[in-house]
Design a binder for this molecule. Structure first.
Ligand code: ZN
Ligand code: ZN
Length: 150
């Protein structure tokens, strides 16, 4: 599987203007349209190319953050409802539909070729990781305090 970078981003202005943009992870046909609140951008860690950009509702965003959204075993894309066959219920990933060669060697992007968007997405991810670590540390300290107070 290719190494991918997933970033949760706020919806862009023009996306907000479209009313009821459906979530791509839980919307089945046109019933059950959950309004998208964010998008998850998937990029190749090597080439920095955007592999996918999926709209996501609040509920599915939380699932994604808890690692509960399954990924394609071949390419690492997040599994969306639109890639599930309505009749058979079978999941057919876009990498299969597009006949992508997932084994293909990719050329790494050079630092000066890195685009601004990618740079910011990496920053966002790094900061989120740092925040999670800090939260964990604080919790550990608090627990230690509680124990010593008893
Ligand atoms: Zn959803
Ligand atoms: Zn795939």
């Amino acid at each position: 599987m290719k190494e991918l970078l997933y970033t949760v981003l706020e919806l862009e202005e023009w996306h907000r203007e479209i009313e009821n943009l459906p979530c791509e992870f839980c919307t089945v046909l046109f019933s059950n349209r959950n309004k998208a609140v964010c998008q998850i951008r998937t990029r190749s860690k090597i080439t920095h190319k955007i592999v996918e950009s999926d709209f996501v509702c609040q509920e599915c965003k939380e699932k994604f953050e808890n690692d509960q959204i399954p990924k394609c075993e071949r390419c690492g894309r997040l599994r969306t409802k639109s890639d599930t066959d309505v009749i058979t219920g079978e999941y057919v990933c876009r990498c299969i539909k597009r006949k992508e060669n997932t084994e293909e060697k990719e050329l790494p992007v050079l630092p000066h070729e890195e685009r601004e968007a990618t740079f910011y997405e990496r920053q966002i991810n790094a900061l989120r990781e740092e925040k999670d670590q800090l939260t964990e540390e604080v919790e550990t300290h608090l627990e230690a305090l509680e124990v010593s107070e008893v």
